[in-house]
Design a protein around this ligand. Structure first.
Ligand code: IMO
Ligand code: MG
Length: 408
């Protein structure tokens, strides 16, 4: 049964959007299983740039059914705004091709407020993700099903009473503002209500009918709440385990695709052993245009960390890797790659010769400079997982396909 999952192998921003877009075109169903609008997936079709945060990328290529799974947290305002922007760009979104799981949780204005006030040390995207998942886990969150059942308004009051009891940082003025956001919320939810459904029967039917299914991961493995660099992580299960709890079905994924950027980036705070604070770091940021799609923050840049990626392969069982943004390494001189850490936790590097040629858009592996081919082969040999696809530029045509991606 053709089932695919795409997962970021590092700290997010690996270029998942592009590969998901290429795959989604061939799919019957695309599902997001975790995260929320902290994700920022950029897709380029010719000169048109689409950015999705919540809506599964399949809507852009016209995939039959796109589901926001129960493992996601969704802000009504952000979602409606994103849908309106996409619709202006000519993307068709109806309840027939887009479903929000009833069991997904809501991100509410209070969550964004708390994220801003409480989570600065993590350097979050301030999208309310952590506080929304906190409420989910503490069994005080609001599910999207309340919109269909007509219980949202009562749930909203009850939730704010709970918030008032728990958090001293919410003063009276803020409480009044939060209570006053109800009419705007109700108006927005009315527009979104047709999209709220129990997504599991549709998913079960797609599996029964042997449909092509793609699970679209957001963030990256080392932002995972359990397996990431805690506490500098996001609040969801970004690795493969999240796919099962975040959808309500088991799928024996034919292709477990890890997206690996050919260097490393990270946004926000937290450990980053191969970080470059010198001219090379600057060069990578410039070459790779490493600024956040969600927050616009400059991303921290560094050498490829294969010791970290080895763990990522273990966690996710990748059987196919996509190596992205290789063209951004041109002109950096000798390239370093971390293969281990020493007793003090410092990376142990191996050096590989670089290349100067501009390879953006290259579509033939043999046309790449020899040193570039060797860099790719070194990574593949080290990780013992085939690099099936090399991405050489932002456009969906800018790829080198080395192994078959589609099994049928
Ligand atoms: P995509 O899907 C990169 C980071 C934030 C912060 C930490 C926690 O585009 O790869 P959160 O708002 O989730 O509570 O922030 O996680 N972060 C991301 N970094 N890409 C992302 O998503 C990210 N989503 C969250 O910068 O360090
Ligand atoms: Mg991002």
């Amino acid at each position: 049964m053709p089932a695919y999952i795409v997962i970021g192998a590092q700290w997010g921003d690996e270029g998942k959007g592009k590969i998901v877009d290429v795959l989604a075109e061939k799919m019957d169903l695309v599902l997001r299983f975790q995260g929320g609008a902290n994700a920022g997936h950029t897709v380029l079709h010719g000169n048109t740039k689409y950015v999705t945060h919540l809506v599964p990328s399949g809507v852009i290529s016209g995939c039959a059914l796109n589901i926001i799974g129960n493992g996601c947290v969704v802000c009504p305002f952000t979602l409606l705004e994103e849908m309106q922007i996409l619709e202006k760009q000519g993307v068709c979104i109806t309840p027939a091709n887009f479903v929000i799981s009833e069991a997904a949780h809501m991100v509410l204005p209070v969550h964004k407020y708390l994220d801003k006030r409480l989570n600065e040390r993590i350097g979050t995207t301030v999208r309310g993700i952590g506080p929304a998942y906190t409420d989910k886990i503490s069994r005080s969150g609001i599910r999207w099903e309340t919109v269909v059942k007509g219980t949202f308004e009562a749930a909203y009051h009850e939730h704010l009473d709970y918030v008032e009891k728990v958090f001293a940082v919410v003063d009276k003025d803020e409480m009044d503002r939060l209570r006053a956001s109800l009419p705007q919320l109700l108006e927005t939810l009315e527009k979104l209500q047709p999209f709220v459904q129990d997504a599991r029967p549709q998913l079960a039917e797609a599996i029964r009918e042997n449909k092509k299914i793609l699970f679209e991961g957001a963030q990256g493995t080392f932002l995972d709440i359990d397996h990431g660099t805690y506490p500098f992580v996001t609040s969801s299960s970004t690795s493969i385990g999240g796919a099962f709890t975040g959808s309500g079905v088991f799928l024996d994924f034919d292709k477990r695709i890890g997206i690996v950027k050919s260097y490393t980036t990270r946004v926000g705070e937290g450990p980053f052993p191969t970080e470059l604070l010198d001219a090379n770091g600057e060069k990578l940021r410039k070459n790779g245009n490493e600024y956040g799609a969600t927050t616009g923050r400059p991303r921290r840049c560094g050498w490829l960390d294969l010791a970290l990626l080895k763990r990522s392969c273990l966690i996710n069982g990748f059987n196919y890797l996509v190596f992205s943004k290789i063209s951004c390494l041109s002109g950096l001189g000798t390239l370093k790659v971390a293969i281990d850490y020493d007793a003090a936790g410092k990376p142990v590097y191996t050096e590989l010769p670089g290349w100067d040629e501009d390879i953006e858009g290259c579509r033939d592996f043999n046309a790449l400079p020899e040193n570039c081919r060797n860099y790719i082969k070194f990574v593949e040999d080290f990780l013992q997982v085939p690099i099936g696809l090399v991405s050489t530029g932002p456009d969906r045509e800018h790829v080198i396909l080395r192994k078959t991606l589609f099994t049928s």
